[in-house]
Design a protein around this ligand. Structure first.
Ligand code: PEP
Ligand code: MG
Length: 896
């Protein structure tokens, strides 16, 4: 047998071949549970069918052979005129695709066997009801008739009868419907309804195969990243009838509550119902507790089976069942989907129950689930008015008054207001506003736009690309596409987890998990908070992840405050302190002075003014991370980012000149801005190049770092600064600046009479650096991969420009599953990380190697870095717990 497997022959490990449903039906059969007999046509058959555009050789014969076997076993023949065997035909792919593909029930009924069924069962209403269901499903699914045509007729029949329940239709009503349905099929289905049972089965199987490629199934797969080429299996199973009468019914159930993870079964039951009736909402279902009253014997049996399934699968299961005249039948089971909260709760209680060990508990939760528990959320029971929808760029629930620019955000916040910064898109100039805003909303840009990346880094809620908003910052308003206007000061609520924007103040609930990480000891008390047990579960898993992980986790932080939070969240140092943020705001003017300086003296004066400010920045961070390594990166981005916009300044100076008002400083500044203007600053004067072009700059920063460390030593601390040189391509570049840094470090130490452990290392963020890592390692005490730059340099696209330009197309064509800026391109960029690590360690076997690009906080990338043998990942403070968890999972999943 090649294409078809009996339920009694498979098992749950065969999801690839039998699909999820088929594999689990086989497993339940072999557990001795009451499963109506049947067989599974494999995904391989589906793939062969789809490829050849027709049934593969031998499939028809195999199906017939299995059908004969089933008939022998059941003692009935498919569609027999007197006592028909009926079967269901259901899809079932490897990964669950709820409602995406097709099902046909009651195959085998026709004009003659419907009478036989009525006689055999003594229940003509049931027989006609089953037939009309077959016609309805077969018509829509197999013959492509618009499903509405059937439901309209059904509604009309109920209306004629003066009822809105299908249960009030009697056998005669249903028989009339059957006639009408057959007519609809003849008119709109391109043929008469096939009376021949064998033909019904054959056509239904083909329809299920074909349903793999419906547009909605394709769309769903793209969203869920399910591969296109898997195909679906088809399950042919003896029918059992939940629509037999009030002593029958069907239901769905979970072995625990999938929303909360609480103990106790959870589910819905509908008497006298078949198939999708339960989830389709045609009548009100009852809770399982009521089922217990309706049919205590079946209920007890169900409870027993559910317990068996949980013990067997060692996980929460969801099931579908049917009761036919007091007999319980299992139609499906699988490991159930659950909310993040439920995932943590279930893991912890299953460990207490001895069903899973600590490793398994860790495997079953994800960093994404943890992240979603860390953001405050809107109270979903509150009333809400949706005004726009964008991309869910950075989760959280933020409420505030709309403001349209950064200065207003700062001013309003200073006077005690909460604001949402609404911009077309953001740029580095908006940083101050973004930092004070509750949330950031943009009408343009994608998930890795400036707004999104910065917001995630800060743990700030962000919705981006809400295109139905037409932002007019000058007029201080945004027009909503469907009419309506948002004006400055209007209160809105943005949901960073869903991308929704609501009018008004939607109430939020706090994240207990963050309060726990922050050290709030009151949250562990179950007396106080309903969610305290989730916090305990999180804490239990985190402790085990910390034991298991080999990767260290550091944070990217630029202020003492962020560093302190990162440390509370479990960071084991700073992996990247971006010093360029320290040159914004008031200090910008000093940078301007530095650039316009015409002689060394003026230049030095500007540097001298910056030095104490920088030193203070570093003292704060070193203090917050006392005893732990702190990697401080020397200034990286192009200088023009700290200067006024070229065009603006040119216009300003020209207008002033027109008026006869000449400002010496502004004119001189303009000259320098013109000189420094670059077509592509990403590939221009930045990083180590800047340090070499303006020698005093790096030296000033190095001095500030070592002096800060000396201050910390004097205060009794243990500073461990690591000075990092960005954008190095050649070992020579590194040698030049390393010499200068070490010289100034020595000078400071001698002057201060202290020894400080200063390391000098480099970022590996250019392909050339990865290729020549063995040479670069000669001059580096450590490496840190800058995978943001490495990604843009490897692909040859500029990260600020490409996302909105063409990434959408790349997703459409499947060139990307996910943006390479979000999750590491392990083949290309990852290949360079691997090579750089190996080459670097070929020179220095103990070379410490980390990563500090955005990927350091991304679960899939963290697993890659673990496998590649890096020493640490570094990510934003808010992602630190996520990275700890995923580093632990990577270690556990890596075990043979
Ligand atoms: C990087 O390139 O990965 C990096 C961390 O530096 P930045 O993003 O600041 O260029
Ligand atoms: Mg970089």
């Amino acid at each position: 047998m090649r294409w078809v497997t009996n339920f009694s022959q498979g098992d749950k490990s065969q999801k690839d071949l039998l699909g999820g449903k088929g594999a689990n039906l086989a497993e339940m059969t072999n557990l001795g549970l009451p499963v109506p007999p049947g067989f599974t046509i494999s995904t391989e058959a589906c793939r062969a069918y789809l490829q050849a555009g027709g049934e593969p050789e031998g499939l028809g014969e195999e199906i017939t052979e299995h059908l004969r076997g089933l008939e022998r076993r059941m003692g009935r023949t498919l569609g027999d005129a007197h006592d028909p065997l009926l079967v269901s035909v259901r899809s079932g792919a490897k990964f669950s695709m709820p409602g995406m593909m097709e099902t046909v029930l009651n195959i085998g009924l026709n004009d003659r066997s419907v009478r036989g069924l009525a006689e055999q069962s003594g229940n003509p209403r049931f027989a006609q009801d089953s037939y009309r269901r077959l016609l309805q499903m077969f018509g829509a699914t197999v013959l492509g008739v618009d499903a509405e045509r059937f439901s309209e007729l059904l509604d009309r029949a109920k209306a004629d009868k003066g009822t809105d329940s299908d249960l009030d239709l009697d056998a005669d009503d249903l028989e009339r419907l059957v006639e009408q349905f057959k007519q609809v099929i003849a008119e709109h289905g391109g043929r008469e309804f096939p009376q021949e049972p064998g033909e019904q089965l054959e056509l239904a199987v083909r329809a299920v195969f074909d349903s793999w490629n419906t547009p909605r199934a394709r769309l769903y797969r793209r969203q869920e990243r399910i591969p296109e080429d898997l195909g679906t299996a088809v399950n042919v199973q003896t029918m059992v009838f939940g629509n037999f009468g009030m002593d029958s019914g069907s239901g769905v159930a979970f072995t625990r509550d999938p929303a909360t993870g609480s103990h106790g079964v959870y589910g819905d039951y509908l008497a006298n119902a078949q198939g999708e009736d339960v989830v389709a909402g045609i009548r009100n279902t009852v809770a399982l507790a009521d089922f217990a009253r309706l049919d205590p014997r079946s209920y007890d049996q169900l409870m027993e089976i559910m317990a068996t399934l949980e013990r067997h699968y060692r996980d929460m299961c969801d099931i579908e069942f049917t009761v036919e005249r007091g007999t319980l039948w299992m139609l499906q089971t699988r490991v159930g989907k659950r909310t993040p909260e439920a995932a943590f709760r279930i893991g912890s209680s299953m460990r207490d129950e001895g069903l899973v060990d600590a490793d398994e508990q860790l495997r079953r939760v994800t960093g994404d689930q943890l992240a979603s528990l860390m953001f405050p959320r809107f109270d979903s029971s509150a009333e809400r008015r949706l005004v726009a929808r964008g991309m869910n760029a950075s989760p959280g629930a933020a409420v505030g008054k709309v403001v349209f620019d950064s200065p207003t955000a700062v001013q309003w916040t200073e006077r005690g207001e909460q604001v949402i910064l609404l911009r077309k898109e953001t740029n580095p100039d908006d940083l101050a506003g973004m930092m004070v805003a509750q949330g950031i909303l943009t009408s343009r840009g994608g998930k890795t736009s400036h707004a999104a990346v910065v917001a995630r880094g800060m743990g700030r809620t962000c919705v981006c690309g809400a295109e139905s908003l037409d932002v007019d910052a000058a007029a201080r308003e945004a027009r909503v596409r469907d009419g309506g206007v948002l004006r400055e000061g209007d209160v809105i609520s943005i949901d960073g987890a869903t991308g929704e924007v609501f009018l008004g103040d939607v109430p939020v609930v706090d994240s207990l998990v963050v309060r726990h990480f922050e050290g709030d000891e009151t949250v562990g008390d179950p007396e106080q908070d309903a969610g305290a047990d989730v916090v305990q579960a999180v804490s239990q898993v985190m402790a085990h992840a910390d034991v298991r992980r080999r990767l260290q986790v550091r944070a990217n932080a630029d202020t003492g405050e962020d560093a302190a939070r990162a440390r509370r969240f479990g960071a084991e140092g700073i992996g990247l302190c971006r010093t360029e943020h320290m040159f914004l705001g008031d200090r910008r003017e000093l940078v301007e002075r530095l650039i316009v300086a015409e002689d060394e003296e003026t230049q030095q004066a500007a540097l001298d003014a910056l030095l104490p400010l920088q030193r203070r920045d570093f003292v704060d961070i070193l203090e917050a991370m006392d005893g732990l390594p702190v990697t401080i990166r020397l200034i990286d981005p192009p200088l023009h980012e700290f200067l006024p916009d070229f065009t603006d300044l040119a216009v300003e100076v020209a207008v002033a000149a027109e008026r006869g008002e000449v400002d010496e400083h502004r004119s001189r500044l303009l000259e320098h801005v013109r000189r420094l203007h670059e077509q592509n600053p990403m590939l221009g004067l930045r990083g180590v190049r800047l340090g070499i072009a303006i020698p005093g700059l790096f030296v000033m920063q190095a001095r500030a770092i070592v002096e800060a460390a000396a201050d910390r030593v004097a205060a009794g601390g243990t500073p461990l600064p690591e000075i990092m040189v960005p954008l190095v391509a050649s070992v020579r570049e590194l040698e030049v600046v390393r010499r200068q840094i070490l010289a100034v470090a020595e000078e400071v130490q001698t002057a201060r009479g202290v020894r400080v452990d200063v390391q000098v290392g480099t970022m590996i963020e250019l392909p050339r650096a990865a290729f020549l890592a063995d040479r670069i390692a000669r001059s580096a005490d450590f490496f840190s991969f800058g995978t943001n730059d490495l990604t843009q340099m490897a692909w040859g696209f500029s990260r600020d420009d490409v996302e909105s330009a063409f990434f959408a197309r790349y997703f459409d064509h499947g060139i990307f599953d996910v943006s390479p800026f979000e999750s590491l391109d392990t083949l290309g960029v990852g290949g360079m990380v691997e090579m750089g690590t190996v080459k670097g360690r070929s020179t220095k076997p103990d070379l410490k190697v980390g990563v500090c690009g955005e990927h350091g906080g991304d679960p899939a990338s963290i697993h890659f870095f673990h496998r590649t043998g890096l020493d640490y990942v570094s990510c934003s403070p808010f992602r630190v717990p996520v990275a700890r968890l995923e580093a632990g999972r990577a270690a556990v999943l890596d075990q043979p």
